[in-house]
Design a protein around this ligand. Structure first.
Ligand code: ZN
Length: 306
């Protein structure tokens, strides 16, 4: 004879065994309910994953970089599409992934959607973009500084094409933690400044000019690979770092380079020196940032806590 408790345990074991082998029959209302519950739990399991997705900072302006952080994720790497481009995620500890994007300065302010896919789940996230406030300045320059010879135009075109092909590269991530400003100095011309030269030529400043003394050391904004050290028509001695995942930093008007193409540099390594080469009116550094072929405000990317 089995004691009451032992009998119960034995019955449960038999029930489990039968259930596992598909032998149980829904002979009563309660077992039908149990089966239904098990079915519902199984069905909803992939959707019950508790993850959080956040766009940071919550308010961005036209021309800004932003980050998308997904936490509490058990599934494999998420994927996201923003403005028809796939964002690149990096693993940031257990269940956490981070991707960097940017909104073009000429984009219309408003609410943009980011399509996020995690495992079986698809979500749309909102990205609120406010109108950036940019200055307009008027400059008067000698005509020979704003008119170009046919040879100059050929060179300008060739250099544009060469730079354009660099921005297409989307290599493995090399960046590591937050981006830094390459000099500890004040800014002279902010990103987005509209310059009207001799009342006709309009040029949009798609980088940040920083004050600097000739020969002052310029630091790498983040870890990356040197992909260009060349003297260009506009930029003078120009250096480009590829940080991976379609993110580049650009340094112009340098007096000289401290690294060569192919070198991997660490964040804050001295890559070159402040100068006034190319079309420049005095020693300063033009610092530019590209995120997936978009010129991003350098101040916005250095503000991301990566
Ligand atoms: Zn500049």
């Amino acid at each position: 004879m089995l004691a009451g408790e032992e009998k119960d345990t034995a019955m449960k074991t038999i029930m489990q065994y039968r259930f596992l082998n598909g032998l149980i029959t829904p002979s009563s209302g309660s077992s039908l309910l149990i089966l239904l519950l098990i079915f519902l739990i199984t069905l909803s399991a992939p959707y019950a994953e508790a993850f959080q997705a956040k766009v940071l900072p919550s308010n961005i302006h036209t021309g800004d970089a932003f980050m998308l952080r997904v936490t509490g994720l058990d599934a494999a790497e998420p994927s996201a599409i923003f403005e028809k481009k796939a964002l690149h995620f990096s693993k940031y500890g257990k269940g956490c992934f981070v991707a960097i994007g940017a909104v073009d300065i000429k984009s219309r302010p408003g609410v943009y959607l980011i399509s996020l896919k995690t495992g079986q789940q698809k979500t749309k996230l909102q990205l609120r973009v406010l109108k950036g406030s940019f200055k307009t300045i008027h400059l008067t320059l000698p005509e020979e500084k704003v008119t170009f010879s046919p040879e100059d135009l050929v060179r300008i075109d060739r250099e544009d094409e060469m730079m354009g092909s660099i921005w297409q590269i989307e290599s493995e991530r090399l960046w590591d933690g937050s981006f830094i400003l390459p000099l500890p100095n004040p800014f002279s011309t902010p990103f987005g400044t509209k310059r009207i030269i001799n009342k006709k030529t309009v040029s949009l400043h798609r980088g940040l000019d920083m004050q600097g003394k000739a020969g002052e050391a310029i630091q790498a904004s983040n870890r990356g690979r040197v992909v260009l050290t060349e003297e260009l028509f506009f930029g003078g001695n120009t250096l480009i770092l590829d940080h991976g995942q379609g993110i580049f930093t650009v340094y112009m008007h340098m007096s000289g380079f401290n690294v060569k193409p192919g070198d991997i540099v660490s964040k804050s390594d001295v890559i070159g020196f402040v100068g006034s080469s190319g079309r420049s009116s005095g020693p300063h550094l033009h610092f530019g940032v590209k995120v997936m072929r978009v010129n991003a405000n350098p101040v916005s990317i250095t503000g991301l806590k990566l």
